[in-house]
Design a protein around this ligand. Structure first.
Ligand SMILES: *[C@@H]1O[C@H](CO)[C@@H](O)[C@H](O)[C@H]1NC(C)=O
Ligand SMILES: *[C@@H]1O[C@H](CO)[C@@H](O)[C@H](O)[C@H]1NC(C)=O
Ligand SMILES: *[C@@H]1O[C@H](CO)[C@@H](O)[C@H](O)[C@H]1NC(C)=O
Length: 302
């Protein structure tokens, strides 16, 4: 586990900027060091070595469970190793890994898994909100080229002032650039890290057609984390642990090709293409189009 984690992150670093990556901490962070329970604490189970946690939803804990980081972070590379519920039917059960703050003008960066019915493809959703733009969702959905309930896989969020990049097993799948046309909708304030499992019956699986069936539970999701970010004291915002130098986050030509491959073949929905919802589409879509940023055509090396 540790070794493969190391390898995975080395890859993540190499594809960014090796130079700045040497200061990344590639260890899984002990759960208690980084997180506290948020709700449903009776269904949060720590592993014996303290490095991973299982959270679940069942008949006795119908609203699920979740945890939140002890500290907010201002930028970082956040990697969760996640194994989803392996029940034959987990429709409506939403499992998440996300960053968020509790400000009135909220910022948020999401990975959400939208439940599953055996024989169908899993659906992963990503989303970004900034400065309280909660009525302007920027959802994208994808299928996965593996069964995420069989094994642990890595899901990473890279976030700095210039961009957000989502990775699945170190493969970039989405880049959100802080372009001027997005205005304040780009996440800009320190955020906490969350992992949750909850009942999304009303919308998650086939738009809510298939609901949670608690009798088919318990629905168990496993997590462990590698966090490299600048943490802040939640009370007076004093930074600490900020000696980590993050990669630049600028995708190389090869990475951009990988990302475009993923988006061409595995993306099933983009808010940029949803003309019923956003007639004329949001400004950054008109400028760049999903996955087809101008850089793709002009830049030939990282
Ligand atoms: C890396 O993280 C581990 C787990 O949190 C911690 O024990 C260790 O001190 C960290 N190392 C560095 C160099 O920050
Ligand atoms: C299903 O997942 C649970 C929780 O991760 C695990 O304990 C169990 O062994 C898994 N079952 C199968 C058949 O993989
Ligand atoms: C955030 O939203 C508020 C209210 O809509 C607005 O006044 C403010 O200018 C926005 N901030 C940024 C950075 O865009």
């Amino acid at each position: 586990m540790m070794f493969s984690t190391y390898l995975q992150l080395i890859i993540l670093c190499t594809i960014s900027t090796l130079k700045t990556c040497t200061s990344l901490n590639l260890s899984i962070i002990p759960f208690d060091e980084a997180f506290v329970p948020l709700y449903g604490s009776q269904t949060i189970t720590l592993s014996n070595d303290g490095k991973s946690v299982q959270i679940s939803m069942n008949e006795w804990s119908a609203s699920g469970s979740g945890f939140v980081s002890r500290y907010p972070y201002n930028h970082g590379l956040f990697t969760a190793s996640i194994k989803l519920p392996n029940n034959t039917y987990s429709a409506g059960v939403v499992a998440t890994f996300y960053l968020q703050n509790n400000e009135l003008m909220r910022d948020e960066i999401d990975f959400e898994f939208l439940g599953h019915i055996e024989g169908e493809k899993w659906v992963l959703q990503t989303n970004v909100y900034g400065n309280g733009s909660i009525h302007r969702g920027r959802e994208e959905r994808y299928t996965l080229p593996f069964d995420p309930s069989k094994d642990f896989h890595y899901y990473s969020i890279f976030w700095n002032s210039g961009r957000v990049i989502f990775y699945v097993d170190e493969w970039p799948i989405r880049e959100v650039k802080n372009v001027e046309s997005m205005g304040g909708d780009f996440p800009s304030k320190p955020m906490y890290v969350y992992g949750t499992i909850w009942d999304g019956s009303n919308w998650a699986t086939h738009n809510g057609k298939y609901r949670v069936d608690l009798q088919r539970g318990p629905f168990v999701t496993g997590y462990s984390f590698i966090i490299n970010g600048c943490s802040l004291d939640p009370f007076d915002s004093t930074p600490f642990g900020c000696d980590v130098v993050l990669p630049s986050g600028i995708l190389s030509f090869a990475e951009r090709q990988k990302m475009n491959w993923y988006r061409t073949w595995l993306m099933t929905y983009s808010y940029c293409d949803d003309v019923d919802r956003y007639p004329g589409s949001l400004p950054e879509c008109r400028v760049e189009g999903p996955g087809m940023q101008p850089e793709f055509f002009t830049r030939v090396s990282g």
